[in-house]
Design a protein around this ligand. Structure first.
Ligand code: AGP
Length: 608
């Protein structure tokens, strides 16, 4: 949600800021801006729209300097416009500021400042922070921050350039990520790791209300009271190239194509060469696993859908009850959970505000917490009692693909581990399942090698207005993710429905030309799904069946069939997600959508 980058060093900061903003564009893309110290003044350039517009502005109206801050915005307060774009300054231009998050008490602070003569030019909560800092500024940036930051309520990551100390960048945050790194004669700050990777792999995560001070020659960190603190360094082993688009037209396609590799990487981290589980990497020992009565999983969006599939894996294999909830609901609901209960959050970014809040609530209640997370050093990975890392590498496209895959892989492995520890599956059964699981990447690769079939289907279907994904059991959980993927990037109305539930109402929406994708990978349930396919086919729907190996029964009830390699039914979703992601991708491309940066969305949702 909004991207921040800041640089101070011995190079012109503009290309560095623009490079950083480009790599952070997935965080927000309705306007962008930069502020630099040009030697005598803080100079700003801001433009509504994509970063391209800011680039054009900088070409017609160039600026340069050795230190500066930049921002790409996802509007919360005030419409996307040049004037609401960041950076913002106070009236006297003593400082320039960029901000991620929401200042919840901004109206209260604003009215105090207006009473004291401040004149505001934008509608943003960010300008309120700029004016507040300017109002209290006494020539000492650190003292000013100590005084003002405690007045701010809500979530924020702030990077500030003071005109009196133009070669220093100050930053602080609360419930919004901020990463700092130091290279040779340069320091850099960003709201996400990809923007920093080219300069250093050793980074520091600024934590709530801490203050980071960046100078060309080094970094200093302070707590909220201004006392110096030492911070642990985190080494990021992501490949710099992994965060680049390479020869692909879109990050999303690149990331789908990386899935077999992400599968192997995640699998190898948790499974020994002899196909036994590295059980010490999973949270509970045998006695604890046996004593568990329930696991609660909380997450958002795609990660919530991963949780839904995880529930089915764990209940089926480990016979442990699993409750799954959406984090924004859970955090304000009646939390009927007891001290010591098992609680899991799932988050690619590790920075989703609602998920963090749910995790904190569970911790307050004394739960035994763990997280499935893709980003080392992120807030969730720092705060959860135990972390199961996914090894998807950086995911840039807003639509989650490989991160979802690695989440469901990990949930599958968790289910096996719990099944073994709880005595529900023998070592031989586990090993057989893991051997079969290791073949899934090859099956995924086959889908990828034949993706033209899906592209061709999309070229015939992109005018479709409504798509219904139906399935039973594991397929229903998978359908939820397939429907989300399609709607978020192609803007085609899509819904996921439990196939047997259609007839209780939703079937009323089926009309001539509706597309129904029937996920039918579970042999035990195929006959039932066949009836549901027939119900929609006779009402005019075009039916596409996705099957686990050949299924003759599909023929009479569908117009088209896509097969994945035949595999154990429990493993099928791990492969069947690939054609669903490709379908969403190709339909979006056919419709001319901005696949990597869909409208109104941002990659990491750090506000409520
Ligand atoms: C997925 O395509 C979405 N962009 C979104 O639903 C996402 O999964 C959700 O915001 C959760 O993000 P997280 O995994 O980083 O917590």
């Amino acid at each position: 949600m909004c991207g921040i980058v800041g640089y101070t060093g011995d190079k012109n900061c503009i290309p560095i800021l623009m490079n950083g903003l480009t790599s952070l564009a997935y965080r927000g893309y309705d306007s962008a801006g930069v502020a630099v110290w040009e030697g005598s003044d803080l100079t700003l350039r801001k433009a509504k729209g994509k970063i391209e517009n800011l680039k054009n502005l900088l070409e017609t109206s160039p600026i340069s300097g050795l230190s500066g801050i930049g921002h790409t915005r996802w509007a919360t307060h005030g419409e996307p416009s040049d004037v609401n774009a960041h950076p913002h300054t106070d009236s006297h231009k003593t400082l320039a500021i960029v901000h991620n998050g929401i200042i919840e008490n901004y109206l209260h602070i604003k009215s105090m400042l207006v009473k004291n003569g401040c004149v505001f030019v934008s509608e943003t909560d960010t300008e309120v922070v700029a004016q507040l800092l300017g109002y209290y500024y006494d020539g000492d940036p650190l003292e000013t921050l100590k005084k003002t930051v405690p007045m701010l309520e809500g979530s924020f990551a702030l990077a500030i350039l003071f005109a009196d100390e133009p070669e220093t960048i100050y930053c602080t945050c609360k419930d919004s990520p901020m990463v700092v790194g130091h290279g040779k004669n340069e320091s850099i700050i960003a709201s996400d790791i990809p923007a920093i990777l080219e300069y250093t792999r050793d980074v520091y995560f600024v934590q709530d209300r801490q203050i980071a001070v960046l100078k060309k020659n080094g970094l200093a960190f302070y707590d909220e009271f201004g006392a110096t603190i030492e911070k642990p360094v985190t080494h990021i082993d992501w490949d710099v190239e992994a965060a680049k688009k390479g020869n692909y037209e879109h990050f999303m396609m690149k990331e789908i194509c990386e899935e077999p590799d992400a599968f192997r990487k995640t699998f190898d981290q948790y499974v020994n060469k002899d196909f036994t589980l590295k059980s010490e990497r999973f949270p509970w020992d045998k006695a604890r696993a046996k004593s568990l009565k329930r696991l609660t999983i909380v997450s958002c969006g795609t990660a919530f859908h991963a949780g839904m599939l995880g529930k089915k894996f764990i209940e089926h294999m480990a016979k442990l009850r699993v409750d799954v909830d959406i984090a924004s609901e859970y955090r304000y609901g009646d939390t009927l959970i007891e001290n010591g209960e098992a609680f899991m959050v799932i988050s690619q970014s590790g920075e989703t505000a609602d998920t963090i809040a749910a995790l904190r609530r569970a911790k307050e209640l004394g739960c035994d917490t763990m997280a499935v997370c893709n980003v080392t050093g992120s807030t969730i990975s720092r705060e959860a009692g135990h972390v199961l890392y996914t090894y998807a590498g950086p995911e840039i496209a807003v639509a989650a693909t490989k991160s979802y895959l690695t989440q469901i892989i990990l949930l599958y492995l968790c289910a096996l581990d719990l099944a073994q520890k709880r005595g529900e599956m023998s070592q031989v059964q586990i090993t057989d399942r893991l051997k079969e699981m290791s073949k899934v990447p090859a099956a995924m690769q086959k889908v990828l090698d034949n993706k033209e079939q899906i592209q061709y289907f999309a070229s015939r279907s992109f005018a479709v207005k409504h798509v219904f994904f139906i399935g039973r059991g594991l397929d229903y959980a998978l359908a939820m993710e397939a429907a989300l993927k399609l709607k978020e990037i192609s803007y085609i109305h899509s819904e996921a429905y439990a196939a047997g539930e259609l007839k209780h109402g939703t079937i009323a929406l089926i009309e001539e030309g509706s597309l129904v994708v029937a996920l039918a990978t579970q042999p035990d349930l195929q006959a039932k799904v066949a009836s549901n396919m027939e119900e929609v086919r006779v009402r005019g729907a075009h039916v596409l069946a996705v099957t686990n190996g050949p299924w003759d029964g599909a023929a009479g009830h569908s117009h088209e069939q896509w097969q994945i390699d035949q595999m154990d039914a429990t493993l099928a979703p791990l492969c069947a997600i690939v054609p669903m992601q490709l379908l969403a991708y190709y339909l979006a491309v056919q419709k001319g959508c901005t696949v990597d940066q869909p409208r109104n969305l941002a990659k990491s949702v750090t506000v409520e």
